[in-house]
Design a binder for this molecule. Structure first.
Ligand code: SF4
Length: 561
């Protein structure tokens, strides 16, 4: 089989047994791989598994196409989470002869799973326990090996714990750390040497040139102010210029703006190193003296979001998050809620101490449901009041408020491929549906969703045809994307979620955003556009596909009727 391997490794952690099952090519065509295959595995298993999945375009030749997906029902939200993972994971899975690893059960003692070509080893993870993440990674690294491990926070039971990979970068999003640590699984390594067969190598080389040309022509990716030049912090300056950064109050927004906090300010006087995914021509991570500089979530989270802060604090806080294995965006939101609840306004002094508490699995004063959250997950650094398509996307996203799950913000903020008015509801329901479909396709094929600022379904279809020999069109891919969104929605509704959770925090409808210049959202218009979105999807007024039945109450206490 070209492109896909057609094989999924199933591991029962409780019984310490494993088997490899074939997956029919017709199923792989329908779900594509990556996020789509992850959703299919989640839907097929008797109990929700933790899955690691490669996409068919992730063999390492195409730029911005080396992303795996790690998925589970997130303990943070109670609903499905597909986290895009960089590093070597996708390529290593394919080299081990696998499209996916599906983990069920809970080990009776802490374990590390070493996966090779036709082999699975259950190793005692006791030596890793209590170590900081960098020491865990050092103990597990090997040439060409993919490593995914939890940090101390997840091991201590924190739902804000994230996963970390061999290059020291986090897999974005809280919840998955606990999804892994809760199985007594502290680390997974994947090794393999099998070459990946490609249907038409010459066409694939041509598509590589096409991808590179389009990526280099994208100002957001490769321009003078793009992420290739400044890392993903380049978006900080863009969002700040558009008053789009989420802050607790207009005063805090002004206070945080007192010191330059964006990527350009970080780079002043230093020459940052670059870190990113394999074969990415615009690597979005930055380091200095080998230490990672804050990513966008940390840069914005430990400054504007907490209503103060500085570059020095963001650097320290991000470093502690990595050491403790905390998701920086979620940790910053928890700190912001805490500061708000207790009325503290000196974040420089208290933030490090609060992070240590989160790393020990301790809760802060505010409840997880408090503050600017949707479905229990913190809003990203982008304020939904500043872009109304983004607002709808953050509300209806099945995984929680994730900008990379719907690329409508590319049109509203990056103004690509076609600019649309960010302060208008007109046509946003359809744009959100299309943006979700496109993101689902990209994440299923193994393509970074940021690449959609340069690439369209046409290029992705041609690349997929070159890799697999499947004569697929852009329209076929768009239809597959819609089906994958529905697949996730069925899981979501089965977990007890419905329209009641497809909402934004009350502040978004009651108070102005940013520096006070952006008014609150019109709730009636928001609800009308959300109803239109459900109709476009063919779902009921309660936001569920026909036949989707809740089989358990959701984490927010609701149940779909
Ligand atoms: S932009 Fe960043 S996340 Fe996307 S492929 Fe490049 S390095 Fe990876």
């Amino acid at each position: 089989m070209t492109g896909w391997r057609g094989r999924v490794l199933h591991v029962d952690l409780q019984r310490r047994r494993w088997r490899v099952e074939s997956v029919d090519r017709a199923i792989l065509r329908a779900v594509l791989g990556g996020r789509g295959l992850a959703g299919w595995l989640l839907a097929s298993a008797p109990e929700p598994p933790l899955v690691f999945v490669a996409g068919p375009l992730t063999a390492g030749v195409l730029p911005m196409a080396g992303r795996a997906v790690i998925a589970a029902v997130s303990p943070l939200t109670g609903t499905v989470r597909h986290a895009p993972a960089g590093g070597r994971l996708a390529a290593a899975l394919l080299r081990a002869g696998l499209d996916a690893v599906c983990l069920t059960g809970r080990a009776d003692a802490p374990v590390t799973l070493h996966i090779g070509e036709g082999s699975v080893e259950f190793a005692d993870a006791a030596p890793l326990q209590g170590l900081e993440t960098s020491h865990r990674l050092n103990a597990l690294r090997a040439p060409r090996r993919a490593v995914v491990c939890v940090g101390p926070a997840a091991e201590a039971g924190s739902p804000l714990g994230c996963l970390l990979q061999e290059h020291g970068r986090p897999v974005p999003g809280g919840g998955l750390g606990l999804a892994m640590a809760g199985r007594n699984l502290l680390a997974v390594t994947v090794d393999g040497r099998q070459p990946t067969a490609v249907h038409d190598p010459e066409s694939l080389r041509r598509m590589r040139r096409v991808f590179l040309r389009l990526i280099h022509a994208s100002p957001a990716l490769a321009g003078a102010s793009g992420i290739g030049r400044h890392g993903d912090g380049a978006f900080f300056d863009l969002f700040a210029a558009r008053h789009l950064l989420l802050s607790p109050s207009p005063c805090a927004s002004h206070a945080a703006a007192a010191e330059p906090l964006g990527a350009l300010a970080y780079a002043a006087g230093i020459v940052p190193g670059h870190v990113g995914c394999t074969a990415c021509p615009v690597p979005c991570g930055r380091t200095v003296h080998g230490q990672p500089l804050p990513d966008l979530a940390a840069m914005a989270g430990f400054s504007v979001r907490i209503g103060g802060g500085s570059r020095a604090l963001a650097v320290r806080a991000f470093h502690r998050c990595l050491v403790l294995g905390l998701d920086a965006g979620e940790a910053a939101a928890a700190v912001a809620d805490h500061l708000d609840a207790v009325g503290l306004s000196c974040p420089e002094d208290v933030v490090p101490e609060l992070l240590e508490g989160l790393g020990r699995g301790e809760g802060l004063v505010s409840s997880p449901e408090a503050g600017m959250r949707v479905k229990g997950m913190a809003l990203p650094c982008m304020d939904p009041r500043g872009a109304w398509g983004l607002a709808l996307a953050l509300a209806v996203g099945v995984q929680g408020p994730l900008p990379d799950a719907c690329v409508v913000w590319h049109q509203e903020i990056l103004r690509k491929p076609v600019p649309v008015d960010r302060f208008s509801w007109s046509g946003k329901a359809r744009l959100v549906a299309r943006g979700e479909d496109a993101a689902a396709v990209a994440q299923s094929l193994g393509v970074c969703s940021l690449a959609l600022a340069a690439l369209g379904m046409e290029e992705l279809a041609q690349a997929l045809a070159a890799v697999t020999g499947w004569n697929v069109s852009a329209g076929d891919l768009a239809a597959a994307g819609a089906a994958l969104v529905e697949q996730d929605r069925r899981l979501h509704c089965a977990a007890g979620f419905d329209a009641a959770q497809d909402d934004l925090p009350p502040q978004c409808f009651e108070a102005p955003a940013g520096d006070g210049s952006i008014p609150p959202l019109d709730r009636r218009a928001f609800l009308e556009e959300r109803a239109k979105y459900y109709r476009i999807r063919g779902w009921s007024a309660s936001g569920c596909p026909a036949g989707a039945i809740a089989n358990r109450p959701n984490k927010q206490g609701g149940r779909h009727a």
